[in-house]
Design a protein around this ligand. Structure first.
Ligand SMILES: [Zn+2]
Length: 295
């Protein structure tokens, strides 16, 4: 058996592109620092709207396969070698936006039995034995059925894995602090004329925005901004990047955050904001920064 890196981070996402938008800088940073970074993506995003006109003929399984290629390219940009599809490629299909008839497709992730889907994730957890898991909040950040289901499956897998012998010490949800979002959108107003996007989005479009008090952790990914941008750009069917901004298929400009924020929902943290997802975790061979603010 090969020896595991001491620090192990597992991220659970709904579609290819979500990982780069939410956690690209975090993933690049921990991968560069020698941690094992494992991504589990639950669907291939077969129902995503395609931005480049030349690729709009891609739909369904063909789009899923194409997006799998984009995910592979994005992971190369982030330096992440371990990325998997929940239950294997094609096991769970994109459910489409909330309220669409696609939500009723028996093959879609929204219709999946949570315990069955979680069992696939438990297999990964027992193999990787992560100290940290990152996923979305109970609204999936913004209400997409696949994001909500990814949350449910991830949180259930945390319970089932604990019963099966691996308790994940720290679980985080992706967040954006409200004031950081407000400032970024204010800057966007001034920069909009120079961007290739017609209009600015609004903070309400950004998943996971909460009042600043709920933020427990911030990861400074400034040094990995280029990697994050490149990873996002690799998802070209879904994302257009321009400098410090990007747009999805709605063509509304929004800020690209290179400091990424989290809310710790399982595990302990100190009275001040953490700057490391592994804070307080004993890692052999690495001096623990401890839990800040408690000593
Ligand atoms: Zn998504």
């Amino acid at each position: 058996m090969t020896e595991q890196p001491a620090r192990r981070l597992l991220l659970v996402h709904a579609h290819p592109d979500d990982e780069s938008i939410n956690n690209g800088a975090t993933m690049a940073r921990y991968a560069a620092e020698g941690a094992r970074v494992t991504l589990v993506t639950c669907t291939l995003g077969e129902l995503g709207e395609v931005i480049p006109p030349g690729l709009r003929h891609l739909t369904g399984a063909a789009l899923g396969e194409y997006r799998r290629g984009e995910l592979t390219a994005a992971m190369a940009e982030l330096g992440v070698a371990d990325f998997r599809l929940l239950g294997g490629a094609g096991r769970y299909q994109d459910s489409g936006m909330m309220g669409l008839p696609d939500n009723d497709d028996p093959a879609c992730f929204w219709q999946a039995d949570v315990d069955t889907a979680a069992a696939h994730l438990v297999e990964v957890i027992l193999e990787v034995r992560p100290q940290v898991l990152v996923t979305y909040d109970e609204h999936g950040g913004y209400g997409h059925p696949d994001h909500i289901q990814a949350h449910r499956v991830a949180m259930r897998a945390v319970e089932l894995a604990a019963d099966a012998g691996w308790e994940i010490p720290k679980v985080y949800w992706n967040r954006v602090p409200r004031t950081v979002g407000e400032q970024a959108f204010a800057r966007l107003q001034g920069d909009l004329a120079a961007l290739p996007f017609g209009k600015a989005g609004v903070l309400d479009d950004v998943p996971g925005v909460v009042d600043d008090e709920r933020i427990t952790t911030e990861i400074d990914g400034t040094g990995y901004a280029a990697a994050k941008s490149a990873a996002m750009a690799a998802h070209a069917t879904q994302i257009e990047v321009s400098g410090a901004y990007f747009a999805l298929s709605n063509e509304l400009a929004q800020p690209l955050f290179t400091t990424e924020y989290y809310e710790l929902v399982r595990g302990e943290h100190g009275s001040t904001r953490e700057t490391d997802l592994f804070a307080g975790i004993e890692v052999p061979g690495i001096e623990s920064p401890g839990i800040e603010g408690t000593s």
